[in-house]
Design a binder for this molecule. Sequence first.
Ligand SMILES: [Zn+2]
Length: 508
Amino acid sequence: MSYARVLCVGLLGVTGHVVEVEADLSPGLPAVVLTGLPDTALHEARDRVRAAVVNSGNTWPNRRITVNLLPAALPKQGSAFDLAIAAAMLTSAGELPPAALDGVVLLGELGLDGAVRPVRGVLPMVAAAAAAGLRRVIVPLANAREATVVPGVTVEAVDTLRRLVGFLRDGGELLEPPPAGPVPAAPGYDLADVAGQEMGRYGLEVAAAGGHHLALFGPPGAGKTMLAERLPSILPELDDAAALEVTALHSIAGVLPPDGGLVRRPPYQAPHHTASAAALVGGGSGLARPGALSLAHRGVLFLDEAAEIPSATLQALRQPLEKGRVVLARARGTTVFPARVQLVLAANPCPCASPAGDQHCTCPPAVRRRYLAKLSGPLLDRIDIRLTLAPLSAAQLTTATAPATSSAEIAARVATARAAAAKRWADDGWRVNADVPGPVLRRAPWRLPVADTADLRESLDKGLLSARGFDRVLRLAWTIADLDGRDRPGRAEVSEAIQLRMGESHAL
Ligand SMILES: [Zn+2]
């Protein structure tokens, strides 16, 4: 036997493709030739594989070794091919029985000492193998748990190349995937902890029910962060498809806990306002890493101190937020990561950030206007709810009579409202009210009676609302009606919706 073939999986963005690793030994000067569009990491694979093979007690064949990765046209990145390359080589050299790896997918990076190291993206890789009809995978021990999330696939694990060789040649044992860790309890933050801030709490509930982006303006200490980090606690759990997408992205980023299963809670990401554009949208050499935007996919992206974010970074966020995905230009084509997030943006009303709010602000009016103006193009245009939060007074904090409503209670109302909206828009393919284009709400059969929109038209005529703002108020009114269990909004719901926009005229 001087030829062997072993299966592996390569990743492009979040999509895996089965890769065949061929090895051929021929007479000639000892050398290793790698073909099939390998990137730098793959060239390094040659050196890692040689050291790992020798240090695992095998002899290195002193012949010409050709390793080819198919399909050649597929860009291949990362170090997950090491284990398959080593196995293909050892099989072609006659060290391993020829048919032992038929139909088996091997994933893993090799250390120089022969240890099998974890790699990023094992979940989407195993999912791709399953989609291609393959039913058995051998993965690094630290990745085994996430691999078991894919149904219909037998997952076995290895910690060293020596163990794999021992299994294939001498009938030794592979390792079992570790058992699942404790199921993460309900999210740690609860809205019951937020005293006062009635308007903020209500805005959060409406945002969750309608999928609306939310902007919170207010001085430091007004509770903007407390509210934002509790939004996931009132959002519905992810369904199977969404949970797989989210877990796959976290797998590619390498941030899954080793004993974790599917990510079921909507994720929450709060990048610092000094974070680079790359940290937000993703990138890096080799196998691209998803950024905060994609790690928040199907969950919440919180941008605190948004007015302090550099303009270039805001520009980088603009398209992904609009399209729901990040497109990264790479040396070999482009990488696409999903990034459908619910945005919560928070900002102080002005640069002095006086904790007492407006009363003690010393900023000239022009400075105040300019401070938030740069948000209006890239981000604020897409935000339905804009609230200005007052600073919490000591009285509010200490005289609360009854405990505030808990996240669980609000989550139940949110779920009911979402179900009503999903049913209404099912034929049009929209899931939440935030997805519905404004013009649809202004024409039959969804147009509201003139009497019910009187306040709204007055705000528009007085210049308190823009035409876009008009549509946003309509969307919010539908969400409020869904929360109230009404089949369409009336004048009261429209009036409440206008309240949820009052932050706009104040802040800008
Ligand atoms: Zn100020």
